[in-house]
Design a protein around this ligand. Structure first.
Ligand code: NI
Length: 175
């Protein structure tokens, strides 16, 4: 098990289309465990493989509240089967865009399918926070970040600030 470094936007590795997993073998199961550990360390409620530089369709989620028991879900090849017309707005954040948040509107209910850590097909219905979290993570697998759902003006402002702080970090590291 390992805590993996998170890639910060803007970065081309966050913008690629990830490849489906053939079979959930030991290597993929280990990736799932590492992603989960990386997520809990952050902390966060979801993580996608491209955020640690792995271009595979793998995500992990745990949207349990602070006072609830952990509810980790490991998914390979997650896909939406159907989504509700009714929408839900939630203020989203992302470890790849640290310290930035924005309201994003997404379907309130989803029905989805994935392969679990034992390579078995599972179906899941989710709503509100869990549904939003799953959609946010699935987006990562095709290079979409939550800021791609907001106005270009706000997105560019956030990305410009991230570029600036990356440059500052490089300067500090070099000093
Ligand atoms: Ni994210």
């Amino acid at each position: 098990m390992a805590i993996l470094p998170i890639i910060i936007a803007p970065d081309r590795r966050l913008k690629i289309k990830c490849k489906p997993v053939d079979t959930v073998d030991d290597a993929i199961a280990t990736l799932m465990t590492d992603l989960l550990e990386t997520m809990y360390a952050a902390p966060g409620i979801g993580r996608a493989a491209p955020q640690v530089g792995v271009a595979k369709r793998v995500i992990v989620i745990d949207s349990a509240g602070k006072d609830e028991p952990p509810a980790p879900v490991k998914m390979a090849n997650p896909e939406l089967i159907s989504v509700s017309e009714e929408l839900w707005i939630h203020e989203e954040g992302c470890l790849s865009l640290p310290e930035y948040y924005a309201d994003v509107e997404r379907p309130r209910h989803i029905h989805m399918r994935y392969l679990d850590e034992n390579n078995a097909v599972q179906e899941l219905e989710a709503d509100e926070l869990l549904a939003t979290c799953i959609q946010h993570e699935i987006d990562h697998l095709s290079g979409t970040l939550f800021v791609d759902h907001i106005s270009a003006l706000k997105r560019n402002m956030i990305l410009r600030k991230l570029v600036k702080s990356k440059k500052q970090n490089l300067t500090t590291a070099a000093a």
